[in-house]
Design a protein around this ligand. Structure first.
Ligand SMILES: Nc1nc2c(ncn2[C@@H]2O[C@H](COP(=O)(O)OP(=O)(O)O)[C@@H](O)[C@H]2O)c(=O)[nH]1
Ligand SMILES: Nc1ncnc2c1ncn2[C@@H]1O[C@H](COP(=O)(O)OP(=O)(O)O)[C@@H](O)[C@H]1O
Length: 205
């Protein structure tokens, strides 16, 4: 019996590009993907919930988790920590279920070191001008924070070559369809590997 692990999908890209929007729309489409909820030290925004949007923790608690190696990756982003709890990801993959991470670019690169077999998707804005419009229109940041996020975005776009796929988020529905197509395509690749294995077994019998 071949133990089939799940596939790790990582959606990343600059802040404000629409990662959260695309991820939520994707999960409304009855997907079998398991979303890994991140841990953060940033303040809860209006409308957010503990254990739904993030696990909100103090800086001390977060640093203790880093020390205890409980995070698969972590990054500091515009003054706060963000990280992926390790156990949930590993256990879910081991059960054969796919895991979906939505994280910033530094974290995605760390995951790639530990899980090179993961599938890395870069969500790109149609233009930097449009990215700025989205961050400003979301209205969650002060002007200085908007500038910080745009500056970070320029550095992040340069890292695009580390990804398996680039999805331009021009329209949310189209971006979601492209991510779904990637998921399907990766399942077909996995089938191919599994069926080659089966043929080998038949020959050896
Ligand atoms: N490395 C890492 N980044 C994360 C994680 N969770 C969320 N992020 C990213 O951290 C950045 C800031 O997130 P947030 O404060 O929620 O702002 P928003 O995504 O711009 O609304 C975004 O790029 C998130 O995708 C995580 O677990 N690890
Ligand atoms: N394809 C799109 N077209 C127009 N606006 C978008 C699109 N995708 C997301 N947005 C808007 O851009 C802003 C940032 O999106 P968000 O999902 O919070 O980004 P991220 O999670 O990458 O930081 C939000 O106001 C969101 O409604």
């Amino acid at each position: 019996m071949i133990e089939e692990k799940g596939i790790l999908f990582v959606l990343s890209g600059p802040s404000g590009v629409g990662k959260g929007t695309v991820r939520k729309a994707l999960f409304e489409k009855d997907t079998a993907l398991q979303y890994s909820i991140s841990m953060t030290t940033r303040a809860m925004r209006e409308g957010e919930e503990e254990g739904v949007d993030y696990f909100y923790r103090s800086k001390e608690d977060f640093e203790k988790m880093i020390e205890d190696n409980q995070l698969l990756e972590h990054a500091q982003y515009v003054g706060n920590y963000y990280g992926t709890p390790r156990t949930y990801v590993e256990e879910t993959l081991d059960k054969g279920n796919d895991v979906f991470l939505e994280i910033e670019v530094q974290g995605a690169l760390q995951v790639k070191k530990n899980f090179p077999e993961g599938v890395f998707i870069f969500l790109s804005p149609p233009s930097l001008e449009e990215l700025k419009n989205r961050i400003v229109s979301r209205g969650t940041e002060t002007e200085t924070l908007v500038m910080n996020r745009l500056k970070a975005a320029k550095d992040e776009i340069e890292l695009m070559d580390n990804y398996d796929y680039v999805v331009v988020n021009d329209q949310v529905d189209r971006a979601v369809e492209k991510v779904q197509a990637i998921v399907k395509s990766e399942h077909c690749k996995k089938e191919r590997v599994a069926s080659q294995y089966k043929k080998l077994l038949e020959v050896s019998n």
